[in-house]
Ligand binder design. Structure first.
Ligand code: SF4
Length: 82
């Protein structure tokens, strides 16, 4: 599958011009789950995570987000493709 992830969060380490996400993989979660988990819980662990529901798009988030100036960019084993 050839997916394209579009994102407008331009202070994320994985964001690129043209509103593209260049993370090799991302994890979308509900806000409740994401707020309780440390940065290391991310897309590389997706198969081990329990599926959960969300009431609307407003209660979901990108768990892979990391600030572009953060020293935590390697905490989740996600890498930028370009
Ligand atoms: S990791 Fe998430 S927040 Fe960051 S650019 Fe990709 S989709 Fe956007």
């Amino acid at each position: 599958m050839n997916q394209h992830i579009h994102c407008i969060i331009n202070n994320c380490h994985y964001w690129a011009n043209g509103n593209k996400c260049e993370a090799n993989e991302i994890l979308v979660a509900n806000d409740s789950f994401a707020s309780k988990q440390q940065d290391s819980i991310d897309a590389t662990m997706a198969k081990q995570l329990t599926p959960a529901s969300a009431d609307s798009c407003m209660s979901t988030c990108c768990k892979t987000f990391v600030h572009k100036n953060s020293d935590q960019i390697s905490a989740d084993s996600i890498y930028k493709m370009s």
